[in-house]
Design a protein around this ligand. Structure first.
Ligand code: DP6
Length: 349
């Protein structure tokens, strides 16, 4: 058994209520492919967002069997309740008493569904934080200083990318050459002051729900012809990304951001059961960004999540000019534009 949750194994549930707000994140180096249950095939690195977040209130109470109800934006959502139920059941070896819980969740996002912002990262980390809070309430002598490691561990089991959302700024997850990184949970990464706060402006090119989930996308890496090459590339990009972030090399960082975004989508296009999440307008926006950069030499770069929407990443030094470019040249390609930036991580409400 994993000793990480060991102190919380033999306890009896009592009523408790907790509210946490947790951000989404954008991966600079992508987690795409797993080796075992929620174990990443390569290390990943992400930046926490500031505006795009989920607030979750959870009421825990003893019950004769595990019962979960979930209300999202004022509406009962049985599909998400089922997901949380399955997640809690998956913790039964470490926390057997979860089978005797009633769990009532009320949750809401600051950003629209389908906006190309990972709501699973913010939503599942917000829930995991309320659960961690509950563990610490039940066992108040547990060591506080690993609260966020435990929250990250519990987030990871729910959704890999969620484990990076429990820290502000930048965080890394997965075994790597960097000391202290682990597959079990994410850790925060200190970066150069020049890059400690970046803009992430999201061009919502299509808000329609994607037809292949990330979970399925990870699975398609299992028998992917390029899988091992991709994992090797991601490991190398991870090391380069850490060193550019630490040295404040924005151009170097930008090259990696774009290579990672395009490699992620290349994996989808070349998987045994190929699919495409990019839209014609995504490609037009990428070309416009490249033209702008060539002509102005201004450091504007893009990233992509598993969807068609472009995340535009840039420092404040050229914010005025870049925001003007986005409004005049890119807004006709997007349904909506969300101006976000590096955030400070979760907080208890
Ligand atoms: C493209 O974290 O959603 O956003 O662990 O199966 O829930 P599960 O997958 P998920 O995958 C995220 C994929 C990504 C890249 C990333 O955030 O690193």
């Amino acid at each position: 058994m994993n000793s990480f949750l060991g102190p919380f194994r033999d306890i009896s549930p009592i009523p408790f209520e907790s509210i946490w707000e947790s951000p989404s994140n954008i991966a600079f180096v992508k987690y795409w492919g797993k080796k075992g249950h929620q174990i990443p095939a390569n290390p990943s690195l992400s930046m926490a967002l500031s505006e795009c977040k989920t607030t979750t209130k959870t009421i825990f109470a003893p019950a004769d069997e595990l019962r979960v109800s979930l209300n999202l934006e004022g509406q009962n959502n049985d599909r998400f309740a089922k997901k949380i139920q399955i997640y809690l059941e998956s913790l039964v070896v470490e926390l057997p008493w979860v089978l005797n819980l009633s769990v009532v969740i009320e949750t809401s996002n600051t950003f629209p569904h389908g906006a190309g912002i990972a709501s699973s990262a913010s939503g599942l980390s917000a829930f995991a934080l309320t659960l961690t809070d509950y563990l610490y309430f039940l066992k108040s002598d547990a060591s506080e200083n690993i609260f966020f490691q435990r929250a990250s561990y519990l987030s990871r089991i729910a959704s890999g990318s969620a484990c990076r959302s429990v820290f502000g700024g930048y965080s890394c997850w997965g075994d790597s050459e960097l000391s202290k990184t682990t597959n079990e949970y994410a850790i925060p990464l200190e970066v150069h002051s020049e890059l400690s706060s970046l803009n992430d402006t999201v061009l919502v090119i299509s808000g329609t729900e994607k037809n292949v989930s990330s979970r399925t996308g990870h699975e398609r890496m299992n028998d992917h012809f390029f899988a091992e090459s991709r994992f090797t590339q991601a490991k190398s990009n991870f090391n380069r990304c850490v060193s550019t972030l630490r040295s404040g090399d924005v151009e170097g960082l930008g090259i990696i951001l774009e290579a990672e975004a395009l490699s992620l989508h290349a994996m989808m296009l070349t998987s045994p059961n190929p699919y495409m999440l990019l839209k014609p307008k995504t490609l037009s926006a990428i070309e416009a960004v490249w033209d702008f950069r060539r002509q102005t030499k201004i450091p504007l770069y893009f990233s992509l999540d598993a969807g068609p929407n472009l995340h535009l990443i840039y420092p404040d030094s050229h914010k005025h000019k870049i925001d003007q470019f986005i409004t005049s040249e890119l807004s006709h390609l997007s349904e909506k534009i969300i101006f976000d930036r590096t955030g400070n991580g979760p907080r208890k409400c």
